[in-house]
Design a protein. Structure first.
Length: 252
């Protein structure tokens, strides 16, 4: 359900022991929505560093990976994850509804996304997943921790579908861990050196499976609202869930 960013995706052991390890790590974790300029710049730089180190970016100048159309869209959240106060990972969430939706995947996968949007369905797309590589080797479970606020965001906006664009070598992981199916095989993707596929899952059905297999994804409304705001808006009625808060969220 997430994009092809540079991050370890191995389950690394039996689900029970793996979940226990993640739950222990969450005691040291804070999730935030980056709204302040400094916090957003830190996320853009982390993306750039992670993607550059694995040769995932086409040649270009600068030290940040910033997509004005998708990062500044009114339906976008830049979520960040901190371990012991250190920025450790980030993922962008775009919520799309209707024919005028702004979703990164529409650049390449409009043939599968547009019909769903035209039918009035809501898509939560997770992209620009990145982690601090020095911490990825220390915490093989980091991918799951970074995805946790994105998982909550889809519920906050009552998404029908969770969509991501993984590299070919990560498709099996999404099938196994999230019950995602391949909607389109890998294609060239703007600005990246690797081809990405389009995968998706029915969010409501997937949520039941994910929380059963990985209890650390569970959350209550108070936790979700502290991160994203007090009201769940309906994108079908024009609400774009714009009131993302910048308050710290202590994961438990």
């Amino acid at each position: 359900m997430v994009d092809g960013g540079p991050m370890s995706l191995a389950t690394d052991g039996a689900p029970a022991s793996f979940s226990d390890r993640v739950l222990r790590l969450l005691e040291r974790v804070e999730h935030r929505v980056a709204t302040e300029p400094g916090d957003r710049e830190a996320a853009f730089r982390l993306r750039f560093e992670a993607y550059r180190k694995i040769g995932f970016l086409q040649k270009g100048e600068g030290d940040r990976l910033y997509d004005p159309r998708y990062d500044e869209a009114p339906n976008a959240w830049i979520t960040t994850t901190f371990i012991d106060g250190e920025l450790s990972g980030t993922v962008r969430v775009n919520i799309g509804a209707g024919e005028n939706a702004i979703l990164p995947g529409l650049q390449v996968f409009a043939d599968v996304l547009v019909p769903k949007l035209s039918a009035g369905e809501v898509i939560a797309e997770f992209t620009r997943l990145a982690a601090r590589l020095s911490l990825s080797s220390v915490y093989p479970e980091l991918a799951y921790v970074v995805m946790r606020p994105a998982f909550m965001a889809a519920e906050h906006c009552d998404a029908d579908w969770a969509v991501g664009t993984p590299r070919a070598e990560h498709i099996a992981f999404y099938r196994r861990a999230f019950r995602a199916t391949v909607w389109r095989p890998p294609r060239d993707y703007p600005g990246l050196t690797a081809k990405l596929a389009c995968v998706g899952a029915d969010y409501r059905l997937a949520r039941q499976f994910i929380e059963s297999r990985y209890p650390f994804f569970k959350f209550d409304p108070a936790e979700r609202e502290k991160l994203f705001g007090p009201s769940k808006q309906d994108p079908r009625k024009g609400g774009l869930c714009e009131d993302a808060g910048a308050e710290l969220l202590g994961s438990a």
